[in-house]
Design a protein around this ligand. Structure first.
Ligand code: C30
Length: 288
């Protein structure tokens, strides 16, 4: 009976409060929040995920009939309401205040759609996943010089063009931002997620995939069950269309702190499109 150390239920339980019924990723439409965290020991000590911020946050919806995926990257400095907090704050802080539970609540509150699943990874999980896939294909728009996972400055150089990145290169691609911005970095992270979904359709060895889910252990946490993850692999093979949506906003300063002020209309439009994509009609029993 295979299980996974990575499996961790949210404190809300299996189903979102915005859902009437539990969602089965093996047969229903569903949403996944993908969170990337830097919990490097040399920087953050031994705390693991706790108390850290989310440096990458991507919400993806999966529609089974259309065999399609839509995803949006939420910039980490987005100025949002975090449920239970007095003042609006950067979305990245939701994780530091209340872990993945509060991050999920915050994203649900932002778009007013259910977040059914989450996958939270640190650098090591990211490297293990991309390694197991044997790399990922991406189109690199401009030359990248970046540190590696051990923070050795300039250790990774990537020339522009369509190419296959190994795990360290893919991490550098997902991290780099100083040459442009966190918003552009969000675009690159969506490219990586798309590449991971596409690459997982090439997985020939189910045992190898199962081993990955076991080995990734403490470096990943998710409320998908081991069985869900096996079903997802089959699902990934059917996905034909992956669309990337862009959340609009503007740079701003409040009390001399930098924020990304989300365009209200854009938030609503994206919420509506994801809602439609999920064929989500109803409210559940949310009480706030
Ligand atoms: C298959 C199907 C059908 C469905 C399953 C769902 C799917 C597709 C799941 C995919 C799962 C995966 C693995 C998705 C990948 C997600 C991605 C793109 C992750 C990105 C990489 C990652 C693991 C973490 C984020 C890394 C980033 C963006 C930045 C790290 C400074 C921060 C905030 C600190 C940080 C600090 C230093 C040196 N850094 O940080 O590169 O150093 O950049 O300067 O912006 O960060 O500030 O305070 O956390 O330590 O001090 P950086 P920075």
């Amino acid at each position: 009976n295979a299980s996974s150390k990575a499996q961790e239920t949210l404190s809300r339980g299996e189903k979102s409060q915005l859902r009437m019924n539990e969602v089965d990723p093996g047969k229903d439409n569903f949403s996944v929040l993908i969170a990337g965290i830097d919990d490097s020991k040399h920087r953050k000590g031994e705390k693991g995920f706790e108390g850290n911020r989310t440096d990458a946050l991507i919400l993806a919806t999966f529609n089974r009939d259309q065999k399609s995926v839509k995803m949006v990257s939420i910039p980490r400095d987005s100025y949002v309401t975090i449920p239970g907090r007095m003042n609006k704050d950067k979305i990245t802080h939701a994780h530091a205040f209340g872990g993945i539970d509060l991050t999920v609540d915050t994203v649900e509150h932002l778009f007013n759609i259910p977040v059914d699943y989450y996958v939270r990874v640190n650098f090591d999980a990211f490297l293990q996943i991309v390694d197991t896939l044997g790399g990922v294909d991406v189109d690199v728009k401009k030359k990248i010089v970046e540190q590696d996972s051990q923070d050795r400055p300039g250790a990774i150089t990537i020339e522009p063009g369509q190419q296959r990145l190994n795990a360290e290169q893919a991490l550098a691609f997902a991290r780099t931002r100083h040459a442009d911005s966190d918003i552009m970095r969000g675009d690159r992270q969506k490219q990586i997620v798309e590449a991971i979904i596409k690459e997982s359709t090439q997985i020939k060895s189910i045992p190898k995939y199962g081993k990955l889910i076991e080995n990734v252990g403490d470096n990943m946490s998710t409320n998908f069950t081991f069985g869900n993850m096996l079903a997802l692999l089959k699902y990934a093979k059917s996905v034909g269309d992956i669309e990337s949506l862009k959340l609009e906003g503007t740079d701003t300063r409040i009390n001399n702190i930098y924020y990304y002020s989300l365009n209200e209309q854009s938030v609503q439009n994206i919420g509506a499109r994801l809602k439609e994509h999920l064929a989500y009609t109803g409210s559940g029993t949310q009480d706030s």
